[in-house]
Design a protein around this ligand. Structure first.
Ligand SMILES: [Zn+2]
Length: 259
């Protein structure tokens, strides 16, 4: 198969789901895609992401503490984050954000504090961010508008409304569409997919989770970004190949360290 002009902008290859056959999956990615970004979720996975990026030319890393991991984050981690940002293949701070869906997560004020601290590191180092927003749309918008301005990035697996998307477009943000945009009940995501200007679209899988249709239920794989992009092209009524090319240009514009 020929390589597609397409990146998976969000895949967790460090996940234990890939422990059995990780090298083989990386080989499939190299054969099928232009590249991928592995975001970190804590210290260990950020280190893993950088390790993969050092080993594989087509892999880039993002580093950060995921809202679900905030309870274990310590102040010293912020110093690490700043150091890691200098790594040539660290292209973003992420994935960071707020997750109000799960009550087991750290209390909201602590999540907000760590999110703001990490956004400030992005601002200081000039890197874009990869955002996780689960049922926290209002607080995230408030923070981006009023607490830490001048940071840009992508809302990974965007789940907000068209109204919120309009505000984010004005603010310069990008939108990551993944497996959930292919689900039969994903009416709201598809409305957003239809609305979002072409130059703000990125594709992703969030592997190993959220496997796109028609493979939902199987382990996700970065090469399935193709299914996500094809679905998006159908929804927008445009050619898939060209939309893939555009999304890759968008990705390189946002994650400017990727040449
Ligand atoms: Zn993720």
């Amino acid at each position: 198969m020929a390589r597609l002009p397409l990146f998976d902008s969000h895949a967790h290859m460090d996940c234990e789901h890939f422990d059995e056959d990780r090298a083989q999956v990386f080989e499939e990615i190299e054969q099928n895609l232009a590249g991928m970004i592995n975001p970190g979720c804590d210290r260990e996975s950020s280190l893993k992401a950088m390790e993969f990026a050092a080993k594989y030319k087509f892999v880039y890393a993002a580093v950060g503490w995921h809202p679900e991991e905030i309870a274990r984050m310590v102040d010293e981690d912020l110093t690490l984050l700043k150091q890691w940002a200098n790594n040539d293949k660290v292209v973003a701070i992420g994935e960071i954000g707020l997750d109000y869906y799960n009550d087991d997560n750290a209390p909201h004020p602590l999540q907000r504090q760590r999110f703001i601290e990490q956004l400030n590191i992005a601002k200081e180092t000039g890197l874009p961010v990869i955002l996780h927003d689960r049922e926290a749309h209002g607080d995230i918008l408030d923070i981006l508008k009023n607490e830490v301005q001048g940071v840009n990035g992508v809302f990974h697996c965007y789940s907000g409304s068209v109204e919120m998307a309009k505000e984010l477009v004005k603010m310069g943000w990008y939108f990551g569409f993944g497996g959930s945009s292919t689900f039969t009940n994903a009416k709201k995501v598809r409305e957003v997919l239809n609305y979002v200007p072409e130059d703000r679209i990125l594709f992703e899988t969030d592997s190993p989770y959220l496997t796109p249709m028609p493979l939902r239920g199987k382990r996700n794989n970065p090469t399935y970004t193709e299914l996500v992009a094809e679905n998006a092209a159908r929804v927008r009524g445009v050619g898939a190949r060209r939309l893939m090319e555009v999304s890759t240009l968008n990705l390189k514009k946002l994650f400017f360290k990727i040449k």
